[in-house]
Ligand binder design. Sequence first.
Ligand SMILES: NC(=O)c1ccc[n+]([C@@H]2O[C@H](COP(=O)([O-])OP(=O)(O)OC[C@H]3O[C@@H](n4cnc5c(N)ncnc54)[C@H](OP(=O)(O)O)[C@@H]3O)[C@@H](O)[C@H]2O)c1
Length: 291
Amino acid sequence: MVQTILITGATDGIGKHLAKKLASEGHHVILHGRNPQKLELATQEVRAVSVRGRVSSYLADFSKLEDVYQFLEEIKRDFPSIDVLFNNAGLYGEKERKTSAENVELTFMLSVLVPYILTTDLSPLLEKAPDGRVINTSSYMHHFAKVKDLDFGFEKNYNPSLAYNNSKLYTIWMTRYLAREFFLRGSNITVNSYHPGLISTNLGNDSSDEKTKKSLFGRLMKSLSKNLDEGIETGYYLTLLKEVTGLTGYYFDEKKVKSVSEKGYDFEKAQDLITYCENKIEMFKNKSTIS
Ligand SMILES: NC(=O)c1ccc[n+]([C@@H]2O[C@H](COP(=O)([O-])OP(=O)(O)OC[C@H]3O[C@@H](n4cnc5c(N)ncnc54)[C@H](OP(=O)(O)O)[C@@H]3O)[C@@H](O)[C@H]2O)c1
């Protein structure tokens, strides 16, 4: 059956490669990107391999909540239902902490706040699909998160790897929280997170954290990276395969349910995370009403 699949961050790496594979099998792919030139090029590339030519594209810079909400308006205007929301866009931050207008640190914004907003706002569209799925991109690096003094904004202590590892743990918390919420309200939407593997992409190439990039560890990681065909295997599996139907709240790696770090099961902290997200959303909405 032809599926309608929205992939964020589809202008490069894993997102673009997955979009091409899905389009080449006849699915309707909705591409999201932040850079107009890259989005145009990606759309052409995906369209060129698409079987039915059903490729749509939308521009939004996810470091700005006004862009996120504008993007949502456009999606809701253009699509009555969506089968899969693939929250893929992500970044490895710079040496200095960067934030949105609401003082949300950007790694967190891309990995947690925006996926949370997209999932909750698009849930009516996902509910209209027979098997609505949300896939959140986490990482094995969540195992290295430090959660002793929780600081979702990384205001007291910021460095790019702490922000990345913690945000990927928060992705798991958010996934488990939303999976439970949907289940409790009788919704058919499933929400899972996954690790794509260590994949050779542009991730971190823009980071000014030269120390990490040039370190022995950084170079070793690069040399161990897998290619993009391998990098989309688990994402593809979660998007289309029947085996996943009904599974919700899980973390996948290599097409299997895997245990998360013990920290991943802390439901109280997950609730604090959602409160933090809701406060930021409210702050944005109040500001938008006033101005
Ligand atoms: N590669 C790995 O080994 C690995 C491992 C574990 C998890 N992951 C996760 O997999 C996901 C995809 O990463 P990738 O490796 O494919 O990296 P990538 O090649 O850098 O792709 C990241 C995508 O996110 C988009 N993006 C970045 N900042 C954005 C913003 N402010 N607004 C909107 N979109 C933005 C990028 O847009 P531009 O094209 O404009 O830059 C690009 O389309 C990420 O969530 C990453 O954390 C990757």
